[in-house]
Every structure is written in structure tokens, then in C-alpha cells.
Design a protein around this ligand. Structure first.
Ligand code: ADP
Length: 485
């Protein structure tokens, strides 16, 4: 297959060749034409000069007219042949440079001369090419002879032929030089393309997406192509890395899920065996085993519903957000949470400024987020402790705080608790799926909110979710009302 480099070179050479050939042709034609013109002008001048000095005598009715020539050599120039013939073609006079030769005279020339019209002719004498001018001599309205003036053309022709060869040679050489330069230029211009191809081949070979196309040249078309391809490689690398990470997360998730489901299933199977063996004789054991089964089943169903939320999140579920009154929503969650509080003291504090504050939110998911935080707070706080649900609204946004006086979280764990299935060793006996906070984090992200934790071991924790306030009419009034707080 023909390479682009070869094609470019061929095109380039073809254009140069055509230009050179056209130039040479025009030059050659113009030169040879002007040479002939020049000779013709000279011949005409000579002929007129000679004709003026010729005398025709004896013009009476019984005698032939006599053409009296001055010595033709008077007019002769070394390079100009002169010859005069009578109307019958008989030689009357000739210049001495013709010596024993004479200019050939055809019947045709004689006939044309007899018409009284002067004309040019090409003659071939031996190997000499001669340009002639035939000038009829007229006396008393009759053609009495023909003056032939000639100049050899062979010297000029030879020079023209040399010029022709020189032009061919030079054109050939120029075409060769142009082709070589074209080949070299095409290589230089196409080098970035080769680099792109090489890099692409390397990437395909090793699946190495770190590779980039080296481009040091200017930001021309190929520079921009390299830049665009490098940008594409950046995106590909990011996408590939994210895909790998998500695959790894998926694998971890599946492993964790199997592990988490195995424990309750083993417990359930063990209890079923126990009931089969001893259930009939020992009703108390049977009751206990059934209670175990019920609690494990409940745990499993919680696990499955949590996993369902995360699976939807992974599938790219996006929440539909609408402006919601913050105070109203939080109050509803607080009311629901009271049932979970048990012996823990629960207080709710909603800032007055929040009465007319709005956030962009999906009500169900916001409730779920706050409930997850409250559920954890109740779980990890001893009976005499306190859990507070507080909401503050300011120009910076709406902050929802869940504070507890519970067991607290170690500093090194505060980032990990948002990972799926992460549960601190101390909290294991309390139970849970380890999925709550990862769901909370996803919900916060979907709302453009941030979720953070501050905690001290044995003293308590504060989970803080910050939403941005809505810039709608109500929200602005609220900002003005509370801007002094
Ligand atoms: P779960 O509560 O089901 O175990 P989460 O994802 O909600 O799962 O929480 C992950 C871990 O974070 C918990 O196991 C616990 O170790 C820690 N944690 C969460 N909230 C609190 C809290 N209020 N106080 C102490 N530790 C907490």
C-alpha cells in the first residue's frame, strides 16, 4: 500500500515537474519564436535595401528588360546570402559568399513570387537550414525578378537545441532535488504521526495507559492532535482506574455480603437443628431457638434492605431534589426516633432561624440519613446518656448535628466508619450491618452535602451534615432574619 509520505512526495514532485516543464516549454517556444522574428526583421531590412539599389533597364517592347544589379556584395554581409533570379528562374546575380553554390529555388517559390507578394521560407541546403525572404522585383507593374535574401539558421538552431537539453537536464535535476526535499519534509511533517502510532501500539501491547505521546513541536494540527489524544488517554486512564476500583469494591462487597449472610444463616440452621432434636421435649429451648431465628432473620432483612439501597446507589440512582422546609422534616424524624431512644435521654433543638429555611432534598432519603445517625447514637450510648438532634441555619447553610455522650470513636477509625461493612471491634457486640454510614454518606453526596464526625473516646461523638441553603424567596428572608446570629 502506498504510504502518505510517498503520496505527498509524489504529489509534490508532480507539481514541481509540471511547473518546470511548463516553464521550460514556454521559455523555449518564446526564445525560438523571437529568434525567427529577429532574423525575419533583418532579412526584410536587407531585402528592401538591396531592392532599392537594383535598376531595371531597357523596358521597350522588343527587348527583354534588363536587371542591372550593383555589385551584390556591396550589400553582402558575411552571414547573409543574396541571390536574384529572373521570372523564369534563371540566376541573374548572387553574393560571393555563396561561391559556386546557389540558393535552391522551387517551382512553387517561383510561382508565389510571380504573384508579387513577398514571403518567408525555410530551405535545406545540405545540412544547413536557411531562412529566406523572397522579395519580387517589380518594374512598371510587372514582376521582373525575385530577390532572395537568406541567413543560415543552423547555428541558432544548435544553440536552441543546446538550450532544450539544458532545460531538460536542469528540470530533471530540480525534480530530483524537489523529490528528495519533499521526501525529507514529508518525513519531518509526519514524524508526530509515527510517534502517535508507536505510542498507540505500545498501549495496545502492554495495556499501559500511563503512556503519553511525546510532542515537542509547535501547537499546529498535529500538536493539537497529540494534545487531544493525550487528553483522551487521561480520560481513558481515569475511567479504567475507576472501573478497576469499582470492580475491586464490587468483589469486596460480594465477599463481605457472603460473609455477613453466612453468620445469621449458620445461626438459623443451628437453631433449626436444635429445635428438631430437642424442641419437643424442651419447650423453653425451643422458644429460645425460635427467638434467635427471628432476630437473625430480622438482621438479615435489614442487611438485605441496606444492600438494596447501596446497589441502587451503585447502579447510578440519582435522587430527585425539591425545596423542602428543614424544620418540618427534622421534626418528623425526631418524632419517629423517640421510639428508638429507649432509656437514652433524647433532646431536639431546632434553631428558630430554621423555621423558614429550605434545602434542596429528597424527603425520604433525608429522613433515612438522619435516622441512621440517630440509630447509631442510641445504639452506642449507654442508657443514662443523652442524644441531641440539633439544627442550625445560617448564611453558611443548614447544619444538622447528631450529638451523643456514648462510647466515642477512635481517631484512626473516624474515616473508616464510612466504608461499607466497617464496624469497630468495640461496637461489634452491639450489632449492626456496618452499612448505615456508607448509605448516609451516599445520601449526603447526592444532596451536595458534607458529612463529618468529631468524637472523643468514652465522651461521645458529633456527626455533622451541612446542606447548602436554597436561594429562593423564603431562604433569603430567612438569611436576612438570622444574619445577626
Ligand atoms: P452499624 O451501625 O450498622 O454497625 P454504621 O455504618 O452505621 O454500621 O456504623 C459503622 C461503625 O461506626 C459502627 O459499627 C461503629 O463502630 C461506628 N459508629 C457509628 N456511629 C457511632 C456513634 N454514634 N458512636 C460510636 N461509634 C459509632
Amino acid at each position: 500500500m502506498m504510504t502518505i509520505r510517498l503520496k505527498l512526495t509524489l504529489w509534490y514532485s508532480a507539481v514541481v515537474s509540471l511547473t518546470l516543464i511548463a516553464f521550460s516549454f514556454i521559455l523555449y517556444t518564446f526564445l525560438s519564436y523571437s529568434m525567427v522574428q529577429e532574423i525575419d526583421r533583418e532579412l526584410t531590412g536587407r531585402a528592401v535595401g538591396v531592392a532599392r539599389s537594383i535598376k531595371v533597364v531597357g523596358a521597350n517592347w522588343f527587348r527583354q528588360q534588363q536587371i542591372v544589379l550593383p555589385d551584390v556584395d556591396v550589400f553582402g554581409y558575411p552571414n547573409t546570402y543574396l541571390q536574384v533570379v529572373d521570372p523564369y528562374g534563371r540566376l541573374v546575380a548572387k553574393s560571393s559568399n555563396l561561391s559556386h553554390q546557389s540558393l535552391p529555388l522551387s517551382e512553387d517559390t517561383l510561382k508565389r513570387g510571380a504573384t508579387g507578394q513577398s514571403f518567408y521560407e525555410w530551405l535545406q541546403v545540405g545540412d544547413q537550414k536557411i531562412r529566406t525572404y523572397n522579395y519580387p522585383l517589380v518594374a512598371e507593374h510587372r514582376v521582373v525578378g525575385l530577390l532572395q535574401v537568406g541567413q543560415p539558421f543552423s547555428g541558432i538552431q544548435a544553440a536552441l537545441n543546446r538550450l532544450k537539453w539544458l532545460l531538460w537536464l536542469l528540470s530533471g535535476l530540480m525534480i530530483l532535488v524537489a523529490a528528495t526535499i519533499g521526501w525529507w519534509l514529508a518525513r519531518a511533517a509526519l514524524r508526530p504521526v509515527e510517534e502517535i502510532t508507536k505510542t498507540a501500539a505500545l498501549i495496545r501491547q502492554d495495556l499501559n495507559l500511563h503512556q503519553r505521546i511525546p510532542h515537542r513541536g509547535p501547537n499546529d494540527e498535529l500538536g493539537r492532535l497529540s494534545g487531544t489524544l493525550n487528553g483522551m488517554l487521561d480520560s481513558l486512564e481515569t475511567a479504567y482506574r475507576e472501573l478497576e476500583e469499582s470492580h475491586a469494591a464490587q468483589r469486596r462487597f460480594v465477599a463481605d455480603v457472603s460473609h455477613e449472610l453466612k453468620t445469621p444463616l449458620t445461626t438459623i440452621r443451628g437453631n433449626i437443628d436444635l429445635i428438631r432434636k430437642m424442641g419437643d421435649e424442651h419447650p423453653a429451648i425451643r422458644q429460645e431457638a425460635l427467638a434467635d431465628i427471628a432476630s437473625e432473620a430480622q438482621r438479615m432483612s435489614r442487611l438485605v434492605s441496606d444492600m438494596l439501597v447501596l446497589a441502587r446507589a451503585d447502579a447510578g440512582l440519582t435522587l430527585i431534589l425539591q425545596p423542602l422546609p428543614v424544620a418540618q422534616i427534622i421534626e418528623q424524624v425526631g418524632r419517629q426516633a423517640k421510639i428508638l431512644a429507649g432509656d437514652v435521654h433524647f433532646i431536639m433543638n431546632i434553631d428558630e432561624c430554621c423555621d423558614r429555611a429550605f434545602i434542596m432534598a429528597d424527603p425520604d432519603y433525608v429522613k433515612q440519613l438522619v435516622l441512621i445517625l440517630l440509630d447509631n447514637a442510641f445504639k452506642f450510648t449507654p442508657p443514662a446518656g443523652t442524644v441531641e438532634l440539633a439544627v442550625t441555619c445560617s448564611m453558611d447553610g443548614v447544619q444538622v448535628l447528631v450529638k451523643d455522650t456514648g462510647m466515642g470513636i477512635e481517631g484512626s477509625e473516624s474515616a473508616k466508619i464510612f466504608e461499607r461493612f466497617y464496624r469497630s471491634d468495640k461496637s461489634r457486640p452491639v450489632g449492626g450491618t456496618g452499612l448505615g454510614l456508607s448509605i448516609a454518606k451516599w445520601i449526603a453526596q447526592q444532596h451536595g452535602a458534607s458529612i463529618t464526625v468529631e468524637s472523643e473516646l468514652q465522651k461521645g461523638s458529633v456527626f455533622k451534615v451541612t446542606f447548602s441553603a436554597v436561594s429562593e424567596k423564603h431562604g433569603q428572608e430567612n438569611e436576612r432574619a438570622c444574619s445577626t446570629i
